[in-house]
Ligand binder design. Structure first.
Ligand code: PHE
Length: 333
């Protein structure tokens, strides 16, 4: 066999052996066998080179170097590959791309509630919860809403069709979170400073700003010398914390049976005013009914619509979208 053929055979054998090596020790053995400096097949070829004629030598020498470089490169490549962790683990090719899955996240209203809470906590209010199924006492009577008041009309409330009666009278889905004011004041002595966020239910006609179920944030502060100025400050600070410093809110005189004086709170949105809730100074009758002394303490209360703030923040104009469970809408938050 001439030298050229021997070189070709060497290269072919080397490539086969390299491919057959399955681990680092294997490829090292192949390297020694084919590229070893002291002995091995490269050494043999080199000896062969010494026997050819001086005319043949340059051509053959060049070929020898080319083959040696190629084999060296392939050995190094295989060494690098074998040094990597095994791609197949327990029969699974861990280098294959995974199946993508989409992450869910919290509903925009839940996100808003969390943010409301953290703002109010920073303002010193303790979050509390109250039941969604209420009795007439907490939803109306204790809030100074008399039996013949139109707010108690069964057509304006979701009364439960149950024979069950509590001490507080027939049951209904609460129409306002102001019920929580009563529950808290019945169980704690002033000073109180609480916030309660939750669902309320009203058989309203559904439209882009009304829903038969929505969320309110109720705030209540009772202490010595609490004034309307405190109420306005807290509401303004809250609105600015959630919507930014340049939010404009206004207070309009209004009436609620459980506050005196009472205001309605509006927020500027473009060139419109959007009503965002009611507020006022807790009526002395309410304070008396829970055993507080209106000559010693005073308080303010407010109830804000959670959805309306969220809509304004995200420039959404249809409240119904929050309850349609359309992922295309919800995934934007
Ligand atoms: N509960 C009233 C409503 O739902 C809002 C309100 C809360 C007003 C607290 C005054 C004080 O309309």
């Amino acid at each position: 066999m001439d030298a050229i053929a021997q070189l070709a055979l060497y290269e072919a054998d080397a490539l086969l052996a390299i491919a057959a090596a399955t681990d680092a020790a294997g490829i090292e053995a192949v390297r020694i066998q084919f590229l070893g400096k002291k002995q091995g097949r490269l050494k043999d070829l080199q000896a062969l080179l010494g026997q050819v004629t001086p005319e043949e030598r340059p051509v053959l020498g060049k070929k020898f170097n080319e083959v040696k470089d190629r084999v060296t490169a392939v050995v190094e490549e295989r060494q690098a590959t074998l040094a990597q962790p095994a791609a197949i683990v327990d029969g699974v090719d861990v280098t294959l791309p995974g199946t993508p899955f989409s992450m869910g996240h919290r509903h925009p209203i839940s996100q808003t509630i969390e943010e409301f809470k953290s703002i109010m906590v920073r303002l010193g209010f303790d979050p509390v919860d109250g039941p969604e199924i209420e009795d007439e006492f907490h939803n109306f009577e204790a809030l100074n809403i008399p039996l013949d008041h139109p707010a108690r009309d069964p057509r304006d409330n979701f009364y439960l069709a149950t024979a069950e009666r509590t001490f507080g009278g027939p049951l209904l889905m609460r129409s306002q979170t102001s019920t929580v004011q009563i529950r808290v004041m019945q169980n704690t002595q002033p000073p109180v400073r609480i916030v309660s966020i939750g669902r309320v239910y009203r058989p309203d006609e559904m439209d882009d700003t009304h829903s038969c179920m929505f969320h309110q944030m109720e705030g209540l502060m009772v202490d010595k010398h609490v004034t309307m100025a405190d109420l306005k400050t807290v509401l303004r600070l809250f609105a600015q914390a959630y919507l930014g410093k340049d939010v404009v809110i206004r207070f309009r005189p209004s009436f609620f049976p459980f506050t005196e004086p009472s205001v309605e709170v509006d927020m500027k949105w473009g060139d419109r005013w959007l009503e965002i809730g009611g507020a006022g100074m807790v009526d002395p009758n309410v304070l008396k009914a829970v055993g507080y002394n209106p000559d010693e303490v005073s308080g303010f209360a407010f109830g804000l619509g959670v959805e309306r703030f969220c809509m304004r923040r995200h420039n959404n104009t249809d409240i119904r979208q929050f309850y349609a469970s359309d992922v295309r809408f919800l995934s934007q938050f």
